[in-house]
Write a protein that binds this ligand. Structure first.
Ligand code: HEC
Ligand code: HEC
Length: 735
């Protein structure tokens, strides 16, 4: 394979970087190794992947192709794919080879709620159900706990029969199975839990609390530890002693895109939906967005594939040392000119091999990690031996097609969310969630991958390589036409009017929030009046030198909070949702205002509003009476003394949608400019227990801190006893 390319990436791009270790075999002496690294027996076992699967009948396909679930997986026991189709609340089985378009497919299997992931063992199919809807007939009903793990068996006549159902914390999402198939781990996203289930007895063994929004889970080949990624935040969670009754959790630092980060800084990450281990388990790959990663036109940052050496839990690429120049290192400049390293200042469209990574797979034959992007309907193969695989992709393919000439969104294979590789490693199967299609993509020849088209700095040209992609349509959108187009627009980052390279779901994933505090920065260029845009970090501000690094604007959650008329925006600056969406279009892009007719904008707004109000799914909510403690907290909330209910009017969304100056005005947090406006809109408190950090600037990391440090700025809290404060917080968590 192309040795020069790999050498360049492994050794030379690291010149200004504290390069700790470049592969699983040299990471022993890495500086900064995690003190709580697993015992050495784990390392020995990790080196050879387990091949025995006690309790499972041996057979040609007995071993599951991967031990992690997905929206799309390949079956272990037979030639078939399984698709967890969340929006239709069904499981789909697709025989392999994929039938031609129009051929009859097996009937989909109805499920008790929306599935997130499926995992197919030789004799069982496991499915996570996020929560159970109140009224299955409604398109997006309120959903309630519990989450479920369904354990099913393939059945010749019925397709699948349920053999067990395990109640789990609500929003059950990611699944992984241990190599001996004794234990199943499930993440519960909204309720931030990880649970272990004994597969033989279908009994819940333990549930533990982890940080916000756990999503992917992978178990190391030794079966002793697991890694969990999070939709928000940069650390990953490692869980040890899986087999014991008292597993232990550790936060493992994994700096997002350290090669692109300003020196000395750890960036924020978002969209950590997926994780994959190399075949020997020595490296963990986490695909996500590095918010604030450097590059030309990089207003939000870039996609990254961060690599963790699992023997020592050390990032393969360490954080850049403080005080280094961002990209203008003289040695690096020479190497770049010689074509030996990839320049960081590549054109905006090429900063990220894919946008909004949703799923990944390890391609053993090519030693690449295959990643699919929800935002740009692309699939990229990234070099698994590189320390910074996303900087120079091996190859990029487009899977979306038939782009709508008006809306610039794919009509075929939009918003890929599921990915599996064929048994011979030559094909990728992709499930596209906004159009409900299944694509089959021919991957590159591992011996001689096609050369990636070269892009010079400043050049905005696509580096996609043509390949064979065939698609079949599985189902129509469950919503009406406006919801359908709104769903496609919401997840799409290729339409330059709605967004300059990042979709709504890039910041409001699933209508939730990215927990990031954006900078609303003013930009003035030569012959243009001042514009306002979002940037992820102050270093990306075009007018940084003038101190114009932007005002703090935390992403609000949308699901369940935008049902009423308005006003909208942190300053209540938009009279209604239409005005808000229009303003938003201009904020989410780097380049100057995209000039298109009013009608072009209004059509998009109409579709997005339809989807945002009836297509987004609320997080699950417990249906129960308040406890005694919560009732006490409710009384405090509604009391004339505390005044909370005056602004946070309970019906319908715990807000009066008015803007107030809270006094005294607090100085801006480091890294932000002082906002001249003092008034902020009362935010909705629905689902507030799950949306940390709090306030427009993310000043408080917990509700407890918010109440304790309030000092009568907002309502009156000083008079509250410790118990009353605790009850108030307990009540807030029920909203
Ligand atoms: C770069 C991240 C980002 C992207 C992309 C993004 N948003 Fe936002 N959104 C924000 C932030 C930050 C705010 C708060 C700013 C404000 O209120 O002025 C916000 C506010 C909103 C609000 C107002 C909510 C309220 O309660 O006042 C709506 C509605 C909204 N966004 C919808 C969308 C839609 C629809 C899209 C896609 C067209 C989108 N957003 C894309 C970050 C983003
Ligand atoms: C005068 C109107 C007003 C009153 C009274 C009020 N709030 Fe607020 N609340 C606001 C505003 C405005 C913000 C946003 C402030 C900011 O972002 O700087 C806010 C923010 C919050 C938040 C953070 C929400 C988020 O998602 O960031 C919580 C929680 C909250 N309030 C709870 C309370 C409680 C509890 C009380 C009673 C003790 C209370 N509020 C009284 C107006 C009010």
């Amino acid at each position: 394979m192309n040795k020069l390319r790999r050498l360049a990436l492994l050794g030379l791009v690291g010149a200004p970087i504290a390069l700790a270790a470049v592969s699983g075999c040299t990471d022993k002496a890495s500086p900064g190794a995690d003190a709580a690294a697993p015992p050495s027996s784990a390392s020995a076992a990790a080196a050879t992947s387990s091949t025995s699967s006690p309790g499972v009948a041996p057979g040609a396909h007995a071993k599951p192709p991967v031990r992690g679930g997905g929206a799309l997986v390949r079956a272990a026991g037979e030639a078939a794919l399984w698709i967890a189709d969340e929006d239709h609340r069904v499981l789909r089985k697709i025989p392999l080879p994929v039938p031609a378009e129009g051929a009859a497919l097996p009937a989909p299997i109805a499920l008790p709620g929306a599935p997130a992931q499926v995992l197919a063992l030789a004799d069982r199919v496991l499915v996570t159900i996020r929560s159970v809807p109140e009224d299955l007939a409604k398109p997006n009903p309120i959903t309630h706990p519990p989450g479920l793990l369904l354990i099913m068996k393939p059945d010749a006549a019925k397709g699948l029969v349920e053999v067990a159902r395990v109640d789990l914390p609500a929003d059950a999402w990611g699944i992984a199975v241990s190599p001996d198939e004794s234990t199943v781990l499930v993440t519960s996203a909204w309720t931030h839990k990880v649970s272990a289930i004994d597969l033989a007895t279908a009994k819940l063994r333990w549930t533990i609390d982890v940080p916000r929004e756990p999503r992917a889970v992978v178990i190391r080949p030794d079966g002793a530890s697991a890694y969990v990624t999070h939709l928000v935040g940069s650390a990953v969670t490692r869980i040890d002693d899986l087999a014991s009754a008292t597993p232990k959790i550790h936060a493992v630092d994994l700096p997002p895109a350290p090669a692109r980060a300003p020196s000395g800084k750890t960036l924020d990450a978002s969209l950590g939906y997926s994780a994959v281990l190399s075949d020997d388990g020595s490296r963990l790959f986490v695909a996500r967005h590095a918010l604030g990663a450097l590059g030309q036109g990089s207003w939000f940052g870039a996609m990254t594939l961060d690599v963790l050496a699992t023997r020592s839990d050390t990032p393969v690429l360490q954080k850049r040392l403080p005080g280094l120049p961002a990209t203008k290192n003289p040695l690096l400049a020479k190497l770049t000119d010689a074509g030996l390293v990839t320049p960081l200042e590549i054109a905006a469209g090429e900063l990220t091999p894919v946008t909004q990574p949703r799923a990944s797979a390890y391609r053993k034959s090519a030693k690449t990690v295959v990643v699919i992007g929800e935002g740009d309907d692309r699939l990229a193969e990234l070099d698994a031996l590189s320390a910074a695989p996303a900087i120079k992709p091996v190859v990029i393919y487009k899977v979306g097609s038939k782009y709508d000439v008006h809306l610039n969104i794919a009509s075929v294979c939009g918003a890929p969310t599921g990915l599996a590789l064929s048994e011979d490693d030559k094909l990728a199967y992709v499930f596209c969630r906004s159009t409900y299609d299944l694509a089959t993509v021919t991957l590159s020849d591992p011996e001689s991958p096609p050369p990636l088209p070269r892009v010079k700095p400043g050049e905005d040209r696509s580096r996609e390589t043509p390949t064979e992609v065939t698609t079949i349509h599985l189902a129509d959108d469950p919503g009406d036409k406006e919801v359908m187009l709104g769903r496609r627009l919401f997840h799409n980052a290729t339409d330059a009017l709605t967004s300059g390279g990042l979709a709504c779901s890039g910041c409001h994933p699933e209508g939730r929030d990215d927990a990031h505090v954006w900078h609303e920065a003013r930009v003035a260029s030569n012959n243009e009046s001042e514009r306002v845009i979002f940037i992820a970090e102050p270093e990306l501000a075009p007018n940084e030198k003038d101190g114009k690094i932007g005002y703090a604007m935390q992403t609000p959650m949308l699901a369940g909070r935008i049902g009423t008329d308005g006003p909208y925006g942190w300053h209540a600056q938009n009279k209604d949702l239409v005005a808000r969406l229009k303003e938003g279009f201009g904020l989410h892009r780097w380049s100057s205002v995209y000039r298109k007719g009013e009608g072009e904008q209004l059509a998009r707004i109409q579709y997005l509003r339809a989807f945002a109000r009836s297509g987004l799914v609320n997080p699950p909510k417990e249906k129960r009476e308040l406890t005694e403690d919560e009732t006490k907290g409710q009384a405090v909330f509604l009391s004339a003394a505390a005044q909370c209910g005056k602004c946070h009017v309970p019906d319908p969304e715990y807000t009066d949608r008015m803007a107030y100056p809270l006094s005294p005005k607090l100085p801006p947090l480091p890294g932000f400019e002082e906002d001249p406006k003092a008034e902020f809109k009362t935010p909705s408190l629905r689902f507030v227990g799950g949306t940390a950090p709090y306030f427009h600037d993310g000043r408080y990391s917990t509700l407890e801190a918010l109440i304790d440090q309030n000092n009568d700025r907002m309502g009156k809290t000083r008079q509250l006893t410790k118990d009353e404060r605790a009850s108030l917080v307990a009540f807030l968590r029920t909203l």
